[in-house]
Design a protein around this ligand. Sequence first.
Ligand code: IPM
Ligand code: MG
Length: 361
Amino acid sequence: MTKKIAVLPGDGIGPEIITEALKVLYFLNTDMNLGLEFEHGLIGGCAYDVYGTPFPETTLALAKAADAILFGAVGGVKWESLDIALRPEKGLLGLRSELQLFANLRPAKLFPQLAHASTLKPEVVAGLDIMIVRELTGGIYFGQPRGIRLLANNERQGFNTLVYSESEIERIAHCAFKIAQQRQSKLCSVDKANVLESTELWREVMITVSHHYPDVQLSHLYVDNAAMQLVRAPTQFDVIVTTNMFGDILSDTAAMLTGSIGMLPSASLDANNKGMYEPIHGSAPDIAGKGIANPLATILSAAMLLRYSLAMLPAAERIEQAVASVLDAHLRTQDIYSEGMQKVSTQAMGDAVLAQLQKGE
Ligand code: IPM
Ligand code: MG
């Protein structure tokens, strides 16, 4: 049976890193007879340039029809002055919301080979393996009302709404507890229940849902403390579950613990494990076109795609092992480079992963 993959490279370094991930997927598709079919679409700034919208109907249709989506990155200086509704990020947010990809899995796992690339001491990050489960289709990102309004005194006022309904919290809670069960069975829910009612409810629902998972140890942290703990003693965490905006912020922090945000993949899943897979980093317009971006986060996102949406575990594992092997061979893009290593381009890194796979390792 064929499986359709929608490929949305997007803007900035998106196309460069997707090219490398596709090299890997094309090879495994043939080598392991996976039956994958690929179809490309436009999203973000490049879609705006062609269609006048960052999220064209054709792209939505392509994504809906696909079994999984491989996504690069969106955004760039060129589109920054557009109305917020037309900015590239709306393409990404639209996709998340239209496909109800409410569960965003953001693993922050340290490759031991990169312990010295972290800005934290190697002994602080040694063994780091955190899974951040970020709620992705609710909260302040989507809450209504929102906008910029004119007050009676002619002053402008910006406003957004942080809302969470019980059912939204419940479904992300179940997802996080299930993931914790497959790991170290420790779940930390992050909120701001001391100030925000929406997250007071968040905490309450987390506790209620926890009764279905007596084997999982649930703890709670306020987001400010969680941010501090993440850089103080990050290995205390197994799974973290949190709101859309807190997850956005904490996942960037967690990413840096691993040495480079250029290493980390992510999955955004709906209730049936259909998903969109993307590197955690953005479009990095400052380095786009220079051939220096790290393609490993995207290559590892392709591995997550095979694992979570297509249940092709052996193929996923082959990719992950190939990535570990190129790191063992001391190949480094500039973001993870340190003395004594061999600095390579985006393309050379992709080629090296491919060569590992061709060796049958
Ligand atoms: C992310 C990004 C997005 C977000 C932006 C590009 C809209 O920062 O995926 O973390 O805020 O969710
Ligand atoms: Mg972010």
